[in-house]
Design a protein around this ligand. Structure first.
Ligand SMILES: C[S@@+](CC[C@H](N)C(=O)[O-])C[C@H]1O[C@@H](n2cnc3c(N)ncnc32)[C@H](O)[C@@H]1O
Length: 401
């Protein structure tokens, strides 16, 4: 494990977040899972373009790994040494945040630990303001609003794993305001087609970029969203530097996408040449003007549901969605080169404690696709679900055979 390597704090859908990290780094870097919420990647933290990663809430630079049994005094000693070094040349008041994962320390002891650190640093002439913990780790909002990834401020992420204390310093946190801006401030939104969170769109794009490193030529890869709705996936893809092509059955949605993309291009000073092509079209029979390198889309999820559906209704919605999905995949298959990658969010309906998903997932080979699987923590399908929602999204990553 190398110092300056990266510690990623995963978002609440940790399996999906971990799959995103694996998709981005597994071919080129060693990845180690330190706890259900934290993983290590042997890439220098300065090389990580954190704003492009949707599933991790914080990035930290690994500073020290200390073999030890779990022991308060040892932890205090290791952490004080790290802090002394970090604050060596700093005479201003320092905001200090501490997040601890997988330790048997109680919240009460964590607060004592922070006071002990503060007193220790005081004895070396440093003035510290402690950021209060309401749980063992600070939320991304606390880190963001206290600017704990900036100069004069320090947040340490401490993980106890494999009989060692891993101590790292936060270098980046998800920019909550920017995500809010991209989501809520765009001119056109539509609750009826559902609202894909920009973070999830980024995750899906990253899950589909598994093999993109092998694409030749200097031109940006072309990303297609054939059910583009209001254009969330396309927005995020354009921000990440892809050329984008979007189609949708609804004329209104295509107009919304265009307006949102125009807004984004102006707001973020983007290269307008990346916005390649938009058209009204039925994904089950449309012929796209160029072969995309990747296809990322939240497909038709069935009608919006305001009340809990019965199992019979779920089966009906599933059949309808499945028919469209199957026709779409076979129409697309002969418009893709072998090796093109897809990440599709398909519906899975919540019924009691289970998710009823599309059964076609087992016949993808016959349609010309292989499913790409990620080693996840619990080996279940990647399902994105929010409390109170009747329709969840299952993320499928496919490769054209
Ligand atoms: C779940 S929404 C996608 C929402 C989009 N991700 C967004 O954030 O705005 C599905 C979209 O599929 C479109 N749609 C439904 N059937 C279609 C078809 N056969 N071909 C193309 N688009 C279709 C709908 O008009 C709708 O905009």
């Amino acid at each position: 494990m190398k110092m300056n390597g990266s510690i990623f704090v995963l978002g609440r859908d940790s399996d999906i977040s971990l799959s995103e990290i694996r998709s981005l780094y597994k071919d080129s870097h060693n990845i180690e899972i330190l706890s259900p919420q934290v993983c290590y990647v042997d890439i220098n933290s300065e090389e990580v373009d954190f704003a492009r990663i949707g599933g991790s809430i914080k990035l930290a630079r690994l500073i020290s790994v200390n073999k030890s049994s779990e022991n308060y005094e040892q932890l205090l000693y290791f952490t004080s040494s790290v802090l002394e070094k970090l604050t060596e040349d700093n005479n201003s008041k320092i905001n200090l945040g501490i997040s601890i994962y997988q330790s048997n320390l109680s919240l009460k002891n964590l607060n004592k630990f922070k006071m002990d650190l503060k007193n220790h640093l005081k004895s070396t002439g440093k003035s510290i303001r402690l950021i209060p913990n309401s749980s063992m780790s600070l939320s991304s909002a606390q880190t963001f609003h206290n600017n704990l990834d900036r100069k004069n401020n320090v947040e340490l992420i401490i993980v106890y794993s494999q009989h060692s204390y891993y101590i790292s310093q936060v270098t980046a946190v998800q920019d909550i305001d920017d995500y809010f801006n991209r989501d809520r401030m765009r001119p056109k939104r539509d609750t009826r087609v559902g609202m894909l969170p920009p973070k999830l769109a980024q995750i899906m794009i990253n899950l589909a970029s598994v093999k993109l490193k092998t694409i030749n030529g200097s031109e940006a890869p072309l990303l297609l969203d054939p059910f583009c709705g209001t254009g969330v996936v396309l927005q995020e893809a354009q921000l990440m530097g892809y050329r984008i092509m979007g189609t949708d059955l609804s004329e209104k949605m295509v107009a919304y996408t265009k307006e949102n993309i125009d807004w984004l291009s102006a707001e973020y000073h983007l290269n307008r040449n990346l916005a390649f092509f938009f058209d009204v079209g039925d994904a089950t029979n449309y012929r796209w003007p160029e072969r995309p390198n990747l296809v990322v889309s939240e497909v038709y999820l069935g009608p919006p549901l305001t009340q809990k559906p019965s199992l019979d209704m779920i089966h009906k919605y599933r059949d309808d969605c499945q028919t469209i999905f199957k026709m779409f995949l076979s129409n697309l298959a002969n418009q893709l080169n072998s090796g093109a990658v897809l990440c599709l969010a398909v519906p899975a309906w919540r019924f009691k404690d289970i998710f009823v998903g599309l059964t076609i997932v087992d016949q993808l080979n016959d349609l010309g696709y292989n499913q790409v699987k990620f080693e996840s923590v619990n080996q279940l399908p990647l399902i994105y679900h929010r409390q109170g929602q009747f329709v969840a999204r299952q993320l499928l990553v496919l490769e054209k055979i």
